[in-house]
Design a protein around this ligand. Structure first.
Ligand SMILES: [Zn+2]
Length: 96
C-alpha cells in the first residue's frame, strides 16, 4: 500500500517537471506561439474529456503535421477522435 503511494507521488513530480520545462525556441514570437498552442491543446483536452461524445460520425482526419489523412469515428460535438471504424463501416462510408 505504502509502496503504491510512493510510485504515484513520483509520477506526479515528473509530470509537473514536464509542464514547467521551458520551451527551447530562441525566437520570442515562436515561443509565444508554442505557449499559446500548448494552452489551446490543454483547453481542448479538458473540453473533450468532459464531452460525452453522444453524436459521432465517420470522418477523414489529418494525422500529425503532414497531409496524411485517415478515416476515424469523430465526435460531432468536440471533434475528438473516438476510434477506428470497422471494415463494414468503412465500406458504407466510402460508398456514400
Ligand atoms: Zn465529444
Amino acid at each position: 500500500m505504502r509502496r503504491t503511494c510512493k510510485v504515484k507521488g513520483m509520477v506526479k513530480v515528473s509530470y509537473e517537471n514536464v509542464l514547467r520545462e521551458p520551451t527551447m525556441a530562441a525566437n520570442r514570437k515562436i515561443e509565444d506561439l508554442i505557449n499559446q498552442r500548448n494552452k489551446i491543446d490543454r483547453e481542448l483536452r479538458v473540453m473533450q474529456s468532459e464531452c460525452n461524445h453522444i453524436e459521432q460520425t465517420i470522418k477523414q482526419v489529418t494525422l500529425g503535421q503532414g497531409c496524411q489523412t485517415s478515416t476515424r469515428w469523430v465526435c460531432c460535438e468536440c471533434a475528438a477522435v473516438i476510434g477506428y471504424p470497422s471494415g463494414y463501416e468503412l465500406n458504407k462510408f466510402f460508398k456514400k
